[in-house]
Design a protein around this ligand. Structure first.
Ligand SMILES: Cc1cc2nc3c(=O)[nH]c(=O)nc-3n(C[C@H](O)[C@H](O)[C@H](O)COP(=O)(O)OP(=O)(O)OC[C@H]3O[C@@H](n4cnc5c(N)ncnc54)[C@H](O)[C@@H]3O)c2cc1C
Ligand code: FES
Ligand code: FES
Length: 499
């Protein structure tokens, strides 16, 4: 038996709401923030529509200390899938928080633009717009669309809501909540209150037969995981939260990795970009887009800002869904995973990580520490394509990634990977073999397309039929050929979305 961890512990969740400290003990650690707000506090502004992060009716904002600890960062999240203990050390802002002194500028703009009818979706839209107001001084149409990608409205129509997003800056002023990011000063009182909550103690809860641990260092995480081999690791909770709200899973022991300082690092060297397991997609996106510009559209179409503000790249990879969006591009980039346990760290190629449907190479007591992605050389081209029924906030029927090196019209290197075509995201090695060493011609492409019949036997499900998947996979290869010939723009954004 390993020795019990002796690091400092705390048994109370502490967070701020409307200037008041909330301290909670003896709570089911898988109780959601939305359940707490609506059922315990009777704070019913945030609504429950889907309970799975899709509709945005439950959107709230979280304010956290910035890395320097001298200002706050505000982000929207979906309260319906966030577990209550993950609020520890943060300030929670709900739609009720905004209207203490009359309507907030965002709410005023929604009223003035007639942007609400039944009103069920409205608190969620207000909170997504509030997060935009606090982070973007002059959003473009694409940025407004993106900010609202996780909010559904079924009766007003989006035009007046978009108008509200444009006009909400007109009336700003007053306290920090009412100041947009152009005028706001760091709110000393709020910063001070969150600083007072920051400590190195591990939050440990035990209630309703369930345990929850939030270690603060890699060493503690190794120890707690060794002591609780059956625990569920929790990062952003955008997969795990749904196991509870939709599948009604009973999670007896949860280890939250979000407080482990070493896992939140993002480093860029001459050789690679390394993304710690708890870096959210929102935080990873700037570096990923800078070093792999072909990922921009895929990342913008990855869920919505409230999901990306919580979700991690590490959670996507560790979850290993065959329709996860990050793995095909990471595979063609030859990414590796740093897996840590008490015995040390080992590095495994992502390509070798998945054994079968939702079965991966993680051993008992091991967790994902970071994803290491080799830098793209100037001779290599990267392309990615996401095929889904809806442009924004939709799960892929198919996700494709290609990395090519073509010299003197001959393919000298090729990596091809697909999500949605097999039980795991997988490289298409027969297709790659049909390309390498061959002239870059339509005839070669047609042989590579045929090779996909050998690489994959996709299934039919509610997202697409097997036949559709195979046909689209082949057509994406052809599209790549046509794009490289300069006959098609690379980004769907080029097809008529307004800037
Ligand atoms: C509305 C909605 C839209 C979505 N859209 C997309 C989309 O467009 N594309 C897409 O690919 N996915 C999408 N997802 C799925 C989900 O957001 C992603 O898979 C996300 O990246 C998971 O990250 P997380 O941090 O939330 O993981 P969590 O839910 O916290 O964990 C996911 C899995 O990873 C494990 N895990 C987490 N951290 C570690 C670690 N450090 N070591 C070992 N195991 C770990 C957990 O135990 C769990 O098995 C969507 C989800 C929702 C709810
Ligand atoms: S209730 Fe639909 S996103 Fe939370
Ligand atoms: S106003 Fe009714 S759903 Fe949006």
């Amino acid at each position: 038996m390993p020795a019990e961890s002796t690091s400092p512990r705390r048994d109370t969740i502490r967070f701020m709401l409307d200037g008041e400290l909330h301290e909670i003990r003896d709570v089911d650690p898988t109780r959601t923030v939305l359940q707490y707000l609506r059922e315990d506090l009777r704070r019913t502004g945030p609504k429950e529509g889907c309970a799975e992060g899709d509709c945005g009716a439950c959107t709230v904002a979280l304010a956290e200390l910035n890395p320097d600890g001298d200002d706050l960062e505000v982000r929207a999240v979906n309260a319906c899938i966030q577990f209550l203990p993950t609020l520890d050390g943060k300030e929670l802002i709900t739609v009720e928080s905004l209207s203490v002194d009359g309507l907030h500028p965002v709410q005023r703009a929604m009223v003035d633009e007639h942007a609400s009818q039944c009103g069920f979706c409205t608190p969620g839209f207000v909170m997504s717009l509030f997060a935009l107001y606090k982070t973007n001084a002059a959003p473009t149409r694409i940025e407004i669309d993106d900010a609202l990608a996780g909010n559904l409205c079924r009766c007003t129509g989006y035009r007046p809501i978009i108008e509200a997003a444009r006009s909400m800056y007109a009336e700003e002023g007053g306290d920090w909540l009412r100041q947009s990011c152009t005028k706001q000063q760091p709110p000393a009182d709020r910063v001070q209150r969150l600083r007072a909550l920051a400590d190195d103690a591990m939050l440990v809860l035990s209630s309703s037969g369930r345990k929850f641990f939030a270690p603060t260092s890699v060493e503690e995480l190794c120890q707690v995981l060794a002591e609780n081999a059956d625990a569920t690791l929790l990062a952003g909770g955008t997969d795990v939260g749904l196991w509870v709200t939709k599948r009604h899973a009973e999670l007896d022991c949860v280890i939250y990795v979000g407080n482990v300082a070493e896992l939140s690092r993002l480093t860029v060297t001459d050789d690679h970009v390394e993304i710690g397991a708890t870096v959210t997609l929102t935080d990873a996106m700037p570096a990923l887009i800078e070093h792999y510009p072909a990922l921009e559209e895929l990342l913008l179409r990855y869920a919505s800002p409230p999901i990306r503000n919580a979700a991690t790249l590490g959670g996507n990879v560790a979850n290993g869904s065959p329709i996860g969006d990050s793995m095909a591009p990471l595979m063609v980039l030859d990414a590796t995973l740093l897996l840590r346990s008490r015995s040390g760290v080992r590095e495994v190629a992502l390509d070798a990580f998945y054994h079968d449907y939702m079965v991966n190479d993680l051993k008992e007591g091991e967790f994902l520490e970071a994803i290491r992605i080799p830098r793209l050389s100037q001779q290599d081209e990267l392309r990615t394509y996401k095929i889904s029924k809806r442009f924004d906030q939709d799960i892929s029927a198919l996700c494709a990634a290609f990395r090519l090196r073509v010299e003197d019209d001959t393919v000298v290197d090729a990596r091809v990977a697909f999500g949605g075509m097999a039980a795991t995201v997988k490289r298409a090695k027969n297709c790659e073999a049909a390309l390498v060493g061959q002239p870059w011609t339509l005839a070669t492409l047609e042989l590579a397309m045929q090779a996909l019949d050998v690489d994959f036997e996709p299934i039919s499900d509610m997202r697409a039929t097997a036949d559709y998947r195979l046909r689209v996979a082949k057509n994406l290869l052809k599209r790549l050929y046509i794009e490289r010939a300069g006959k098609l723009p690379q980004s769907v954004y080029a097809y008529g979305r307004q800037a």
